[in-house]
Design a protein around this ligand. Structure first.
Ligand SMILES: [Zn+2]
Length: 395
């Protein structure tokens, strides 16, 4: 028998629609219906969860996260995945892509193999026993190794490679069907061939850590790469004579753009420029957060590098930014503050928009019949009071 639950909410943002005095009917791990309380038929015997003094929104989805709570995905262990997943759920994130960093190939292959096993295990039996201890891993985002050394950010120069179908095939084999996104620099020799190969294998290609000119970027867009990784960061800087990749991201409507909205990676006025150029429909909030997130200031590992976290800001020993300690929940609030948009308006950037990039917009990032019951309850001050992953409360 499928367990039915009704979540009553003072307000629901689906996220596009606002429903006051709402009810969400859950059947097992899915949403059966949502609407004003007076219109949702509650079956006899359903468990009623009263959140009528709360706001309920779709769970947040992070497409770019390297680790948290002392663990780094390059450890490639089930423990790393489950620890990060539990941390994320406490902050309202219900799904994520485990993101790699550039490292030695043998290490990367080992990590990817371990991640693939952990992700496959966590995805088995939706709503099944033991699966709701945290956010759900949706797959792997490969950040590197096919990046431009000039715009490498915190990725180690010695391990960066020229684009290679052969090398990526090895990574894909280890990923056992869990590869979702490949970030590459499109100006490198062989990048377009690799781009086409990745797309033919069902992997979305994102552009980043790139020194591409406007024209080089547009060639990659024409080949189907329409997602920009952490816009402004690790990109050829924009000037009016040389608009570069940033100019292409800002002006080409086919592009969606990730933003690390911590106020450190990108200043509030630059976030405003991005919002004006792209509209909230084409911005994806990501954390890019690392093992030091949710931990005290100190020294942490990201892949094979050591980073220092001071005042919540992560840097390599050369002083380069190296990921963040941000949560998506905080990022949504920051984006609202930076742009003057409301919190509900900014919700799409962390729910529906990332779901759409993965082709999951019917199942994730939305409160609608048939979608997974991935939900967050917020109190009147916006604090997370409960997170549901596939219908199961995790807090
Ligand atoms: Zn990066």
């Amino acid at each position: 028998m499928i367990a039915t639950k009704v979540i009553l909410a003072g307000k629901v943002y689906t996220p596009k629609e606002e429903i006051s005095d709402a009810a969400i009917l859950l059947e097992g791990h899915r949403i059966a219906s949502v609407g004003p309380r007076s219109q949702v038929k509650v079956p006899a015997g359903a468990t009623v969860i009263d959140n009528s003094d709360r706001i309920v929104v779709p769970g947040f989805i992070d497409l770019h996260i390297h680790g948290a709570a002392g663990h780094d995905f390059m450890e490639g262990t089930a423990e790393a995945v489950s620890t990060v997943a539990a941390y994320l759920a406490r902050h309202g994130t219900t799904a994520f892509l485990a993101t790699t960093v550039t490292a030695r190939m043998d290490r990367t292959l080992r990590a990817v193999g371990g991640l693939a096993r952990a992700i496959t295990a966590a995805q088995g039996a939706p709503g099944g026993s033991g699966q709701a201890a945290g956010a759900q891993p949706l797959g792997i985002h490969f950040e590197g190794p096919f990046l431009n050394v000039k715009t490498r950010g915190a990725h180690p120069a010695a391990e960066i490679r020229t684009p290679s179908v052969e090398v990526f095939s090895r990574l894909l084999d280890r990923a056992m069907g869990t590869a979702r996104v490949l970030t590459l620099a499109p100006e490198l020799d062989g990048a377009l061939t690799l781009l086409e190969f990745a797309r033919s294998r069902g992997v979305r290609v994102a552009l980043g850590h790139s020194n591409a000119t406007f024209e080089e970027t547009e060639r990659a867009v024409a080949a189907g790469a329409t997602h920009a990784v952490h816009c402004f960061n690790a990109m050829r800087p924009f000037t009016h004579h040389d608009p570069g990749i940033v100019g292409a991201v800002l002006t080409d409507d086919r592009f969606s753009a990730e933003l690390i909205a911590d106020g450190v990676h990108v200043t509030p006025p630059a976030a405003m420029i991005l919002a004006r150029a792209k509209g909230l429909e084409r911005i994806l909030l990501v954390t890019d957060c690392v093992s030091g997130a949710g931990m005290p200031d100190g020294t942490y590992r990201v892949g094979s590098s050591t980073i220092r976290v001071a005042g919540g800001v992560c840097r390599t020993k050369e002083g380069r930014l190296a990921g963040s300690t941000l949560t998506l929940h905080a990022a949504i609030r920051n984006l609202a503050r930076f742009t003057g948009a409301s919190f509900p308006e900014c919700l799409v950037c962390a729910t529906l928009n990332p779901a759409r990039i993965l082709g999951l917009e019917k199942r994730k990032g939305v409160i609608a019949p048939g979608a997974d019951a991935d939900l967050v309850a917020l109190d009147i001050n916006g604090g997370v009071t409960q997170t549901y992953v596939q219908g199961q409360a995790v807090l």
